[in-house]
Design a protein around this ligand. Sequence first.
Ligand code: EPU
Length: 419
Amino acid sequence: MEKFIIEGGRKLEGTVSISGAKNAAVALIPAAILADDGICVLENLPNIEDVKVIINIVRQLGGKVEILGNDTVSIDSNNITSYKATYNDVKKMRASYYLLGALLGKFNHVEGIYPGGCNIGDRPIDQHIKGFQALGAKVSIEHGIIKVHADRLVGNSIYLDVVSVGATINIMLAACRAEGQTTIENAAKEPHVVDVANFLNSMGANIRGAGTDVIRIKGVKSLKGCTYSTIPDQIEAGTFMIAALATRGDITISNVIPTHLESISAKLAEMGADIDEGLDTIRVRCDRRPCAINLKTLPYPGFPTDLQQPMTAVLSAADGRSIVTESMYEGRFKHVDELKRMGANIKVEGRAAIIDGVNKLTGAQVTATDLRAGAALIIAGLMAVGNTEILEIGHIDRGYEAIEDKFNSIGANMRRIRI
Ligand code: EPU
């Protein structure tokens, strides 16, 4: 067990480099299973727990995964013969649902552990199942195992009732070797959806329209290995952008795609930040107390739910009243009770948090209840007067690479302590 201790009140200044995107990586690695021959080399993967877990699952399935450097792995899936992803590791991460689409696409069968709930609220997979069924699969759930079986997968038209990143990617995975054409309507447009489509196309798939709300997939006979580089992490970048406002700092964030950050830049500018976009950098400066804003989380290109929690932290000491509406996950306000320990004045009413900015937060012992709640507490700790101790930081390590090193390199004082 480990914890973070953060000495608050330091202005952050300097340049920090962003790692590959977690939510792309956890889909690209299962996608590599679809290669019928050749080896996939994935570059710019983040060095985080979720990536280690999914690599381990691919190995348990019989895949040969070699670590070629800090951020590169090769995946040889030629020896994968099992379509049963029922290992304990599968339970550890929700994104293991991508094994369903990938193994179904490869073998026409898959058996996997039914993805569990999560501490940010109800996370159904009915749209994933609807997609698999539309491609001709039969789906049953028995004793906690989801079994998906098709004699043959045949392309079809699928309208998603909710815009779902997971369902969009899972249907792409299952459909790229199906017979004929699959159309996904009301598809998610997130950058990592586009990244997975680009990777599959580099493997020989025929996917058009990723990044719009209609994706067309023409089934191909086989897929082959290729070398592919993961996009930068939009949410990690956004976390450092928010930290610039929280500490009245001046941070240049490098290795980013600025267009992926537009909704974040727009809200931070409304709060009083100066934003300068370069080709693959973004500089965020703020030399005054940020002002209150209203914010609603939405599917891309709207403001991402994954940054709602860090934003709530910075708004808790902004000038005025902010209303933050969480439209994706009803349970994504667990960090609020922790922020209150630090002096925040926040009232949660249903899906909205009403935040009256206080003059200062004060350091306290707090607990990370989930990944982005952990990021929110880091932001709060950086702003607070005195020391903040964050417990249960395993949640943070799931999705942020070397986070204390990155923050310390721009002037924070953040220590990881074994307990
Ligand atoms: N939904 C359904 N039915 C489904 C699928 C989703 O009703 O079959 C609903 C969800 O309950 C939610 C909304 O649709 O209200 C969107 O869910 P989505 O499927 O897009 O989320 P996800 O694929 O399960 C991914 C990220 C999350 C991120 C969301 C939204 C991965 C591995 N996870 O989850 O990331 O919050 O998209 O952008 O890509 C995180 O990184 O901290 C994280 C939780």
